[in-house]
Design a binder for this molecule. Structure first.
Ligand code: EPS
Length: 390
């Protein structure tokens, strides 16, 4: 493990804080890199009103100097600027009246009840504030330096929406990811999908869900390409790259399942279970298909890495019965402002946490304290991986 990160912050607290440790020196990072990525996380058709209010402006408080990483831990701060009375109730010291913002009725499907029982609380506020997906803005921001490192090494990525509720886009994962990325760019920013024909239908679905205060889940994909073979390991359960990537994707709020490549179709016999190998001295090692999604035996195999995840509808206003933690009586949870769909945001977050892990794996494989050293070693490795091993 070469890169480590931690976040702190509550949804309606004053700010989110993050630390990323282990970045090499000499990686160029600009203000625009942060702004553009965080704007991508806010966009999407069906995001909640909060997304228009938050600016997600990143203050870099350590680890960058004159536009380059120094090798020291990178420290970031993002203030929550949208204000409502909840922010007054999240003040750190005794003058804040916590009772005024108590949540006595847990939302089914949320962290509320499990957290209240864990901490012995009859107020779910502390749990909900930290479990909120607002925290993912910091994980996304922390991925910027690792993304800049990957970009400098020629590694590219895209995230795509594949299915919203029961309506699937048509995506051929056997196409080159750069083609999928340019189709998605053509289809616009509402849903980040390469299938422009599904967009109008998805918009109408979001409109009717919004009118009913419901939320929609779905499936999205993250693809990285130009990776060397051998990131990860087959040697120990916790070093397998699929172990680590699945854990990171599952850590995104509301994600309920993860697939590597077309894993479910492979399991159900609906597509080949493996991809044929070819070799030529010009092209090196190639596969004629990529159903495995670029991961075999816990390691990248040099093909595009394809990960897919399933996100449930946000459980904000399901209308399901609950119980008042203070009275023990049946009760309906209070209305809770939410996104109609947050799959577009989750896809950007997923791409971000995967970027951090892949950068970490590359650092582990190449060693090196500076971008220059890493780049030279990776070039050498790539050249060797094109030849027959001796
Ligand atoms: C969230 C509830 C909403 C979302 C929030 C996540 O916040 P609020 O209750 O203030 O409207 O907008 O997501 C973000 C703020 C964000 O930046 O993604 C929740 O409970 O998970």
């Amino acid at each position: 493990m070469s890169l480590r990160f931690l976040t702190a912050g509550e949804s309606h607290g004053s700010a989110l804080t993050g630390i990323l440790d282990g970045m090499p020196a000499g990686v160029k990072v600009t203000r625009e890199d942060f702004a553009a990525l965080l704007a991508r996380r806010r966009q999407g058709y069906g995001r909640g009103p909060r997304q228009q209010l938050e600016t997600d402006k990143v203050r870099v408080t350590a680890g960058l100097r004159a536009g380059y990483t120094t090798g020291a831990p990178v420290s970031l701060l993002i203030e929550n600027v949208a204000r409502n009375e909840l922010h007054d109730y999240m003040q750190p010291f005794a003058e804040c009246d916590a009772h005024k913002s108590a949540i006595a009725v847990p939302l089914p499907g949320h962290a509320d009840l499990a957290g209240a029982l864990k901490y012995g609380l009859n107020d779910c506020r502390n749990i909900r504030e930290r479990a909120s997906a607002r925290e993912t803005v910091m994980r996304t921001a922390l991925s910027v330096p690792p993304r800049c490192l990957l970009r400098a090494l020629g590694i590219e990525s895209v995230c795509l929406l594949e299915q919203l509720a029961s309506v699937a886009a048509k995506i051929d994962y056997q196409r080159h990811p750069a083609e999928l990325a340019s189709l998605a760019a053509e289809a616009g920013t509402d849903f980040m999908t390469p299938d422009k024909n599904v967009v109008a239908n998805w918009k109408a679905m979001v409109d009717s869900a919004a009118a009913a205060d419901k939320s929609l889940g779905g499936t999205a994909a993250v693809i990285f390409w130009n990776l060397p073979a051998g990131l990860g390991s087959h040697n120990q359960h916790d070093l397998r790259l699929d172990t680590r990537l699945a854990a990171l994707l599952m850590s995104i709020p509301a994600v309920r399942g993860v697939e590597v490549g077309l894993g479910q179709q492979q399991a159900h016999g609906q597509c080949p279970a493996a991809d044929p190998v070819t070799f030529s001295s010009e092209a090196g090692w190639l596969r004629t298909s990529n159903y495995a999604g670029g991961l075999e035996g816990g390691m990248t195999n040099g093909e595009p890495l394809i990960l897919r995840f399933h996100m449930k509808p946000l459980p904000a206003n399901t209308g399901l019965p609950s119980v008042d933690l203070q009275t023990g009586q049946p009760a309906t949870p209070a209305f809770y402002r939410s996104d109609t769909q947050a799959l577009t945001a989750a896809a950007v977050v997923a791409e971000s946490v995967v970027a951090i892990e892949l950068a970490s794996q590359l650092l582990e494989m190449t060693g090196g304290s500076t971008l220059e050293q890493i780049s030279t070693r990776l070039e050498d490795l790539r050249a060797r991986q094109k030849r027959l091993p001796r």
